[in-house]
Design a protein. Structure first.
Length: 290
């Protein structure tokens, strides 16, 4: 069945479903269905299926299904999230018409009030549709891995430890004597931060490296944050007297686990922070004493 644009409100039991827009092609996991006129409108990440009798949602890319109320092998839920080039469908186990006809007596509901028992279908490129499990669908559309990734990136940027760059000696260094630099950030980065989004439980890990440019043409990458005296792990020796500015950029690479699935990389671009530090280096002068 080729999915196309519709604009119809369908009431399925107590669930109101808005028929949405898609330009993707998908084969039916069952017989029947309707056909609508073609359209060139680009599909959103999640769209409503044009068959309200069975399909609630269809889409492409990784589908993130919450761990609660999941019925089926854990591998099925992991597969649905990890397969970014798959098509997926969320279909009701029992339609309103079937329920009225008494055809759903064997359906085990067991879902919280306000949710609908559904079946999750998955199709890999070039393969047939397959059921990977069942769950309880709430009133909001399901989330894709792309949805979660975008939300996580926004939250992760706000969760980064502040960059508090500094240099010693604070009142200026001497030619030929190392100047010490620091970032004021933890060497361990971020571990297990709770950044839950879209009603989904998310844990974030992020590691960091720092890029220093010292204002005299020299630069370096480091995996240590530096520190105050006597920490020489991040230092630079200036060969001439200078009034300059050193610049440090923190570059973070993050990954997250959502509802026990993953880890998945935080989407590009990389998270960065930047700060400058004024540096004064004076020539050393000898003084005759005594």
């Amino acid at each position: 069945m080729r999915l196309s644009r519709l604009a119809t409100l369908v009431v399925l039991g107590s669930l109101a479903v808005l028929i949405g827009t898609t330009s993707a092609s998908a084969a039916e996991p069952r017989s029947g269905g309707s056909r609508a006129s073609s359209t060139t409108i680009v599909a959103p990440t999640v769209v409503i299926s044009p068959d309200p009798q069975r399909d609630l949602y269809v889409g492409t890319g990784g589908l993130v299904v919450p761990a609660s109320n999941w019925r089926g092998p854990d591998a099925g839920r992991s597969e649905a999230a990890a397969c970014t080039d798959c098509e997926w469908r969320v279909t009701v186990l029992c339609t309103k018409t079937e329920a009225a006809a008494g055809q759903c007596r064997t359906v085990h509901v067991g879902c919280p009030v306000g949710t609908t028992p559904v079946r999750i279908w998955l199709r890999h490129p070039g393969q047939d549709w397959a059921v990977v499990g069942e769950t309880c669908q709430g009133p909001t559309p399901p989330s894709t891995l792309a949805d979660v990734g975008r939300a996580i990136r926004d939250r992760a940027e706000a969760a980064l430890p502040p960059l508090l760059a500094g240099a010693e000696p604070a009142d200026g260094g001497l030619v030929g004597v190392p100047v010490l630099f620091r970032t004021g950030q933890p060497a361990t980065g971020i571990r297990g931060a709770d950044l839950s989004v879209l009603g989904l439980a998310v844990r974030l890990d992020a590691r960091v490296r720092w890029h220093w440019t010292y204002g005299d043409g020299s630069q370096t990458w480091t995996s240590t944050p530096g520190g105050r005296w006597p920490d020489l792990s991040v230092s630079h020796t200036y060969r001439t007297a200078v009034h300059t500015t050193a610049t440090v950029v923190s570059v973070w690479r993050g990954q997250y686990v959502v509802e026990g699935l993953g880890p998945f990389a935080v989407p590009a671009p990389l998270l960065t922070q930047q700060q400058q530090v004024a540096v004064v280096v004076r020539a050393a002068h000898a003084h005759l004493v005594g």
